[in-house]
Design a protein. Structure first.
Length: 85
């Protein structure tokens, strides 16, 4: 008989402070996103545990201003995807 073993990737769940240290994003910004339910998280008592992979995905695909909404610049600034330190 064949063993039916399912394999799941366990998400990396970090506190707000740990998430801020890993990504370089401000603690208060991460907390406000969690409070507004804009990022994937779970609540353990008073603590928020942030799903790191989903948070990075959120940052890299965030709905900021569209290119059509953005003011004209000489391309001095470039948005770079977030990487874990």
């Amino acid at each position: 008989m064949q063993n039916n073993i399912l394999t799941f990737k366990i998400p990396t769940m970090l506190t707000i402070k740990e998430t801020a240290e890993k990504t370089g994003v401000a603690i208060h910004f991460i907390r406000s996103l969690a409070v507004r339910n804009e990022i994937v998280h779970v609540r353990c008592g008073k603590k928020y545990l942030i799903n790191l992979e989903k948070f990075i995905e959120y940052l890299n695909t965030s709905k900021g201003c569209d290119k059509s909404d953005a003011p004209e610049t000489d391309n001095k600034f470039k948005i770079t995807p977030v990487k874990v330190r």
